[in-house]
Design a protein around this ligand. Sequence first.
Ligand SMILES: Cc1ncc(COP(=O)(O)O)c(C=O)c1O
Length: 396
Amino acid sequence: MKKSISTFLKHPTKDNTNRSANPPVTRASTILFNSMQELAQHEKRIKLNKKISYYSYGRYGSTTTIELENILKELEQAYHVFLTGTGFGGVALAIMSVCRPGDEILVSDNVYGPTREISEDLVKEFSIKAIFYDPDNFNDLRDKISKKTKMILVENPGSNTFEFQDLSKIIKLAKRKKILTFLDNTWGTPLYLKPLKLGFDMSFTSATKYFSGHSDAMGGSLAVNKNVFKKVMFFYKLSGYRMSADEAYLIIRGLRTLDVRLKKHYENTKIVINFLKKQNKIKEILYPYKPNSKRYKLWKKYYSGANGLFSIVIKSKNKSSVIKFVNSLRLFGIGYSWGGFESLVLLQNLRNETKYTKKRLYFRFNKDEHIVRLHIGLEDPKDLIDDLKKSLSYIR
Ligand SMILES: Cc1ncc(COP(=O)(O)O)c(C=O)c1O
């Protein structure tokens, strides 16, 4: 029977031994075998990416992480899924698995800050060069391809400014030039966009965000096609990447309600945006909500849904009043991560280079414009609007 993804997410991982509706948390370093022959056979199956229910050593995972891998394999329609202890680990795993000294990576200018740091600072130490392209200009990407380009690293939509790119154009170009492709799909999740089906070699999601959904777990998922499987497996095994069984359990629990939560985040967001778009202190809302906009059209072309994360551009010559707006919100916590049940807010700094953030090359905004990122949670949107209304009055 062909099941819908919503049904599928409610049913996997039943524990037939213990008769529980959820899988056990298997904390294991040592895995026991009946004979050396059985051990050898099992390791061969792992190498060939055959279906298994346990690994040969706890470093590679346990029955609980395999349950999660299997759910994500189905969701991503992937050849294999590698789990990491944080999302960021998954980004590093992808780059370090396929790039070697002398290679170049083309990186979308709007990637998550630390992804920019890996691309700019870390890989330089290994003689790999990152070149940033303008996410709003496909020709810029095309013109920057050289004989050394190994990989195109895309984040869609981009962090904080939420530009959407024409993904199949990128794939077509990359395939023609034999360049590997990576997509950070944390915003859309594989529920709303399946990057591997579209032709990407690697599809990454920070499981810390909507997968877990409760702001209490961290993890990363790197789904790959057959083309890069061996290379990623080599680096994964030898660099000690892993997700703990406890974390995997929490992420499995989160995934059961991913569809329901995302729908509600989107519903609440539409209600809040309807209020925000009428506020004269807000110059722009960086979210696919205006049917004639480029952002909306590209979102509609590739995604089957949206969520609660977007930014607003506030126009004010008085930055401290914008900070006061952020600080005075009572239902929006000030915090970095997102994708949990709760509403969040953060004033972003894209203009200057700081100890923590690199400067964007292609995003232009005026001195009196400030980007505030909001995450609309699962609260009653009427309460969120009341909170925003009160705090917006502080902006001068
Ligand atoms: C788009 C995006 N990619 C990757 C990451 C990294 O994930 P993690 O925080 O799980 O390391 C984040 C975290 O905020 C993110 O927003």
